[in-house]
Design a protein around this ligand. Structure first.
Ligand code: DGY
Length: 320
């Protein structure tokens, strides 16, 4: 059996595939393959291990309907047409759990970074603008004991809630489509409706999937309802907030700051106004970017493919 890996992964993932008898083909370039090249590369293989956010649409699945399985290296699967995969009987798997703590760390880092204007202040040093010890200018704000609102209390949101409660004694409120009783057992979190989440959060952190329902949920109307002292954090998907509305809300002081690990589009262009503000911090989608986490993600993806090769269900299947 043959597998194509669309971009390099940590070696334990490749070794696991080889050990189970796979012939492994890898796109060694640092660039994502354009769809026609990816389709061509998949013609002679049985499985695809799709790295990152490369889109797999209906045309891809039509052209590659011979595939026996596709393993993603992400927990999110909004870039994949699952209906099309299912139509052709192709199982698709994702990588939940293993990246929850790493992604929550990045949300935490953004929250702290923005609250202390740390990125902006560090750039002042880099740009030679560190003139004197300032006592009253460009002050940050503390997050100790404040209210953290979580939009989407799943595995990542729960990890953030635990860190924020343990380290900063933050009060946790959350909004999901319905209450997450299991999470409430693990962390002291109060379910609120969407409007209460907006109006009560000092920091509002997004951890939901991108769906039709969540797309642009954080827009002009939502930012207007938030506290003028609030910090907005998004480590989930860039399309969950409306970027122009966010820029407006920050420029007019409707909210205080924003920390983003995801943007729309990605990569963000360097002339984006969000990069010039003192109360913002933007990371290049690094939620899961630790060696340990990426290794676990690679192994999980490889193990899903190995399971399918052995005639078993993919353990992390998300469609069939
Ligand atoms: C995920 O796992 O969905 C992360 O955003 C990385 O793509």
């Amino acid at each position: 059996m043959k597998v194509f890996i669309s971009k390099n992964i940590p070696s334990p993932g490749i070794e696991a595939l080889e050990k189970s008898g796979f012939e492994v083909y890898i796109n060694e370039s640092s660039h994502r393959l354009p769809q026609p090249d990816l389709i061509e590369a998949c013609q002679e293989v049985d499985f695809l291990l799709n790295v990152g956010q490369g889109k797999l649409d209906a045309d891809f699945f039509e052209a590659c309907k011979h595939l026996k399985g596709v393993a993603l290296t992400s927990v999110g699967f909004d870039h994949v047409d699952l209906d099309a995969a299912t139509t052709h009987g192709i199982p698709v798997s994702n990588t939940p759990d293993v990246l929850s703590d790493a992604t929550a760390d990045i949300a935490f880092l953004l929250m702290l970074n923005v609250s202390r204007k740390a990125f902006f202040r560090a750039m002042q040093v880099v740009n030679g603008a560190w003139a004197d010890f300032e006592f009253t200018k460009e002050l940050g704000t503390t997050i100790q004991g404040k209210t953290l609102g979580i939009y989407g209390l799943g595995r990542i949101g729960l990890s953030l809630a635990r860190k924020a409660q343990a380290a900063y004694d933050m009060k946790i409120i959350y909004h999901n489509r319905s209450r997450n009783i299991e999470a409430e057992r693990l962390v002291d979190a109060t379910y609120v409706n969407f409007d209460q989440l907006l109006t009560q959060s000092d920091v509002l952190s997004v951890h939901s999937n991108l769906t039709e329902e969540t797309q642009y949920r954080f827009n002009k109307d939502a930012f207007k309802r938030m506290k003028s002292s609030a910090i907005f954090v998004n480590t989930a998907r860039g399309k969950i907030h409306h970027e122009l509305d966010l820029i407006d809300a920050l420029s007019t002081g409707e909210i205080w700051g924003a920390g983003l690990d995801v943007t729309d589009p990605e990569p963000m262009q360097p002339d984006n106004p969000l990069l010039k503000m003192s109360n913002t911090c933007v990371f290049p989608h690094i939620g899961s970017a630790t060696l340990e986490t990426r290794t676990q993600m690679a192994l999980l993806a490889a193990n899903n493919i190995i399971a399918a090769k052995n005639g078993n269900n993919m353990p992390q299947v998300v469609n069939v």
